[in-house]
Design a protein around this ligand. Sequence first.
Ligand SMILES: CC(C)(COP(=O)(O)OP(=O)(O)OC[C@H]1O[C@@H](n2cnc3c(N)ncnc32)[C@H](O)[C@@H]1OP(=O)(O)O)[C@@H](O)C(=O)NCCC(=O)NCCS
Length: 174
Amino acid sequence: MHVARLQPSDAKQYRELMLQAYEFATDAFTSTANERAAEPEAFWVKRIADPTGLSAALGAFDGQALVGTVALECSTKPKIRHKGLVIGMYTSPSVRGKGIGRALLDAIVSEARAREDLLVLTLTVTEGNEPAINLYRSVGFETFGIEPMAIRTSSGFKAKVHMALRLQPSETAA
Ligand SMILES: CC(C)(COP(=O)(O)OP(=O)(O)OC[C@H]1O[C@@H](n2cnc3c(N)ncnc32)[C@H](O)[C@@H]1OP(=O)(O)O)[C@@H](O)C(=O)NCCC(=O)NCCS
């Protein structure tokens, strides 16, 4: 298994993996498989090869097969350029519990730390998703808020836990 930056040529596999994620980890994501299945190929290519060069998507490969992914979304807006949003974390059920999720998260955090203007990473995770919450905590993410009724699921509304990781601890908090 190795982790690498996704390339536009990975768009088809990336789309398939994310559609699997939206279908089989429904409560973990705010998008539905149907919504995302309707997106054109350009949507997936943009997630991989953002024209601004600020966002990035990583893949975990078992040989040629894409078995996990995570992405970093950044804004071009000067006032919020210091923040990166971690999105789309998913590993295939058959490879879970083998350190692949952590390898992906470590790699995206390293990518973020390498960018001088990025000072903080944020993410949201559905309340009760202990595997993901434990994973994020294990690399230093801390909860800074809970958003009630953040997502409608088949078993009712669920909250989202908002977490952040300070990349440059010496930066003064505003
Ligand atoms: C969350 C997810 C990415 C973890 O992937 P993974 O490849 O199994 O993770 P790893 O094997 O690298 O485990 C890393 C850490 O995550 C936590 N973790 C993983 N699986 C866990 C479980 N079943 N129960 C509790 N903690 C768990 C642990 O802290 C673990 O560290 P440890 O092995 O030292 O205890 C995976 O379960 C997944 O894709 N879930 C569905 C989608 C999802 O919830 N995405 C997050 C959206 S916010």
